[in-house]
Design a protein around this ligand. Structure first.
Ligand code: SF4
Length: 250
């Protein structure tokens, strides 16, 4: 049946795997804190949106510091620590000065900081299109509904698949997207099973498939999607095509 796969312990589904592993590493709960009106910022810059249906559009980015995950292929490890604490109002002014009608709040894992909620609300209040890129490891129920949520689903190749907080699925709307970053054929099969088992193709959110740069051929992924007639959007990691793989501020 869909989702079953051979493991060291026998044939299990991705649902069973997620449930048993969760017991080892409990999820962090999202939280708002009264008076939290600042965030620790790694960088703010202007570029082109790279990994969603907004791909290619002018976009400001606010990258917040800190992440509790360690994806094997992470390209943002520089944002794990450091950064500058800034008032929400100052972040909004910096974003407005960049001149894009669109802004993405990213990380790290931006939902670790309670100040991210007032930040997203303040950006929306300026009339900006607000995107949130999040790991999928923290429930998104506190995110303002007008925000376009781009929620990762961590595949086994990331080393963090047990961190997926499936409660995220309950808060998704038609403006949101689920993003699978695939490092191998095994990740692809796992993602396909996940979509089937959880009925994601019938859900409101768009489905994105992209490859880990240098690990999985985009051509192979494109051919698998076509052969399986999957209802997903194929994506190239645009910034790695346009700029050096380790370039910052792009
Ligand atoms: S969730 Fe994002 S920032 Fe955190 S380790 Fe994974 S890829 Fe890196």
């Amino acid at each position: 049946m869909p989702g079953e796969r051979a493991t060291a312990t026998g044939t299990r589904s991705v649902l069973q795997d997620g449930a048993s592993m969760l017991a080892a590493r409990p999820h962090i709960e999202p939280r708002r804190v009264p008076g939290a009106d600042s965030v620790v910022v790694s960088e703010i810059y202007l570029s082109l949106q790279g990994e969603s249906s907004h791909q290619g559009l002018l976009c400001s980015f606010v990258r917040l510091t800190g992440c509790h995950l360690r994806c094997r292929w992470c390209d943002s490890a520089f944002a794990f620590r450091g950064g500058t604490r800034m008032a929400v109002a100052d972040v909004v002014e910096r974003v407005k000065a960049l001149g894009s009608p669109r802004v993405e709040v990213t990380g790290g894992e931006p939902l670790l900081q309670p100040g991210v909620y007032p930040l997203m609300e303040a950006l929306l209040a300026e009339g900006l299109v607000v995107l949130l890129e999040t790991s999928g490891a923290i429930d998104v129920r506190l995110v303002p509904s007008a925000v376009h949520k781009i929620v990762d689903v961590k595949c086994p190749g990331s080393g963090e698949a047990d961190r997926n907080d499936w409660r995220c699925l309950e808060s998704l709307t038609g403006r949101d997207e689920l993003k699978f970053v695939l490092a191998s054929r095994q990740d692809y099969e796992w993602a396909k099973a996940c979509i089937a088992e959880r009925g994601l193709e019938r859900g409101p959110a768009g489905l994105l498939f992209s490859t880990v740069h240098g690990e999985l051929s985009p051509t192979d992924l494109a051919e698998w999607i076509i052969a399986d007639r999957l209802p997903v959007r194929f994506q190239l990691q645009q910034h790695k095509v346009l700029w050096a793989p380790d370039a910052r501020g792009v």
